[in-house]
Every structure is written in C-alpha cells, then in structure tokens.
Design a protein around this ligand. Structure first.
Ligand code: UDP
Ligand code: MG
Length: 320
C-alpha cells in the first residue's frame, strides 16, 4: 500500500493564486507515484472568492478537500484545523502563495524515508524583506533561543513534512494560543532542514504587519518561557540591594557630617527609574495573566462553517 500524504494549505484571501498553486504543486506530485496525496485547503475567513475557488477545485479533483471557517481566525488556527482533520501517514503544511516551493517536496519526502520525523524548510536569504524586519527577526530568534528551553532554527518557516506520530504529539498540546514554531520544536523528534532562497509571493500581498509580527514574537516568548518573570524578580532584587546600600551610605554620611542639602536630581532620577521598572514589570506580569485568561476561557480555536472532507467525514471542531 502506498503512503498517504495530506497537504494542508491555510488560505486567507488567496483567490487569485489558488489555482496556480494547485497546478504547480500537482505537477510535482505527479512525479511521485509511490505516494497518495490529498489536499486540505483551509479557508480562514477570506473576504474574496477563495472559498468559491476551493469549491471549484474540489468539484474537479477528488483528492481536493476543504474546510471553511466562519471568520478569520488566523493562520495558527488554520494549521491546527488542518492537522486535526487529516489522517494520512504523512502531513505536509505549506502556504498557498507559492513562497514554499513545491519542488522541494520530493527531497523532503526523501528525508522522511531516511528516518526523520520531520523535514522542514529553512529560508537562507531574506531577499525582498526590509532590512529592519530582518534585524528584528534575527533579534527575536537570538532572544527566544536564550530565554526558552526550545531551540527554534533561524529562518524556519511553516513548510514541513511530518510523520503521523509527530502530528499526534502536536495535537496533544492543548493550548489555545498556539505558537507553532515553538510547538514544532517543543515536541522534539529529529528534524532534517532544507535550506532555500526566499521566493517572492506569486500573487497577492502578505498579511503580516510589523506590529502583528511584534505581538506574535512577544506571544511566542511568553508562551514558551517564564524567564521574563524571573527577570522581574531579579531586577527587583538588584534594585532593593542598591537601595539598601545607598541607605547605609546616606545614614553614615548623615551621622558623620550632619544633614546635607538633599540631592534633588538623585531623587527625581530614582523615582522615574523605579516608575519605569514597575510599569515594565506590571506589563510583563500582564502578558502572563493574559495567557492564563485566554487559556481559562477555553474557547474553540476555530468555527467551521462549511467543509468537504474525504469519504464525507464530519469535520472535527476547534476545541482542543
Ligand atoms: N494565512 C491564513 N490566515 C491569516 C493570514 C495568513 O491562513 O490570517 C495564510 C495565507 O493565506 C498564506 C499563509 O498563511 O497561505 C502565509 O501568509 P502570508 O503569505 O501572508 O505570510 P508571509 O509569507 O508573508 O509570512
Ligand atoms: Mg507568504
């Protein structure tokens, strides 16, 4: 029996490129007769004709399935919905904009044949991306790898082939706020990396704003590490120590030389500095409280409005 492979494709406003994506990918898949491929497109509440395009593709090709959300829930939710609703031996996740070259699929499947549980693509160049964006991205990887106990490969993208057991492990993580880059690293297993040059989007535009990426990065770090909380404790400790030493010095000075004119600037600096530190600490605490809040509400990650899965299977909902 041939190995079954499910290709999960999160799509948000990808109408213009979806057909091209299907055709380009199909061309590559046709060179791999040992596998049985099917597609699962996840329409993440697109506002254009993406769903119409999916229905059309599904009507034309028996191996094309789709899920459609009731609104935009984000790429993380779309990927999770995909993972929950496939049952193949292997799972591929890739973007719909052809920035993840389908031509890499054969060599990545080769990696799985070699015994790896995951074959993942990694961008080596960041051509077509602004310098400031690359700088922040690099800073994020350095920071998060130091702070968290998972090591995320720099330039890793969500283009990967995974075995069933790795997918099952990912599905066991029950957090509502999902940071896939971290989750993939957290579950472990051997990953084989495939470097590639950045490809410009075929059509359409990126859905990421700079602020969006920034929030994503903060969320990522606070989902996987409590180091910032320790930092707050550490800072508090150091400041208290400094204050104590300063009090001693002032006390001795006062006893020896009597009361001098108090330092207005020193006072102002201390107040402002401490004010800043306190605000920052409350902010960091707040990030974690926000995580607890969102997890405690335990809302479904997505809501399915329409689906067409193989053999008329019922879609699985977004409750973790
Ligand atoms: N995407 C999604 N939901 C969103 C945003 C994006 O499903 O809310 C999909 C999008 O259709 C694409 C993939 O995620 O297939 C990557 O998005 P994009 O190309 O905008 O990101 P970039 O490649 O710039 O990182
Ligand atoms: Mg893209």
């Amino acid at each position: 029996m041939s190995t079954t492979v499910d290709i999960i494709v999160p799509c948000y406003n990808e109408e213009p490129g979806l057909n091209l994506f299907y055709e380009e990918t199909r061309k590559v898949l046709d060179t791999l007769p040992d596998y049985r491929f099917s597609f699962l497109f996840v329409n993440d509440g697109s506002r254009d004709g993406t769903l119409r395009e999916m229905r059309r593709l599904a009507a034309l090709h028996a191996e094309v399935h789709y899920l459609s959300f009731s609104r935009n829930f984000g790429k993380e939710a779309a990927m999770y919905a995909g993972l929950r609703n496939v049952s193949g031996d292997l799972v591929i996740i890739m973007d719909a904009d052809l920035q993840h070259p389908p031509a890499m699929i054969p060599e990545m499947l080769q990696g799985i044949e070699e015994g790896y549980d995951c074959a993942a693509a990694r961008r080596t160049s960041r051509e077509g991306e602004s310098r400031i964006r690359s700088f922040f991205s690099r800073a994020f990887y350095r920071l998060s790898n130091r702070l968290t106990d998972v090591t995320m490969a720099e330039g890793a993208v969500d283009f990967r082939v995974m075995t069933r057991r790795m997918v099952n492990a990912i599905l066991e993580l029950s957090e509502v706020e999902r940071f896939s880059k971290g989750i993939f690293a957290w579950v472990g297993f051997e990953t084989k990396w495939y470097p590639y040059e950045n490809v410009e989007r075929a059509v359409g535009t990126t859905k990421w704003s700079f602020m969006g990426l920034f929030r994503y990065a903060i969320g990522g770090i606070t989902s996987f590490s409590i180091a910032p909380l320790r930092l707050v404790t550490g800072t508090g400790f150091v400041i208290s120590l400094c204050a104590f030493i300063y009090i001693l010095i002032t006390l001795v000075q006062t006893l020896l030389f009597g009361i001098t004119v108090p330092g207005y600037v020193t006072l102002l600096c201390a107040v402002l500095f401490l004010g800043g530190i306190i605000e920052l600490s409350v902010g960091i605490l707040g990030e974690y409280v926000a995580h607890i809040y969102l997890e405690a509400k335990d809302r479904p990650l997505y809501i399915i409005q329409e689906a067409r899965l193989g053999r008329d299977r019922e879609p699985k909902g977004g409750k973790v």
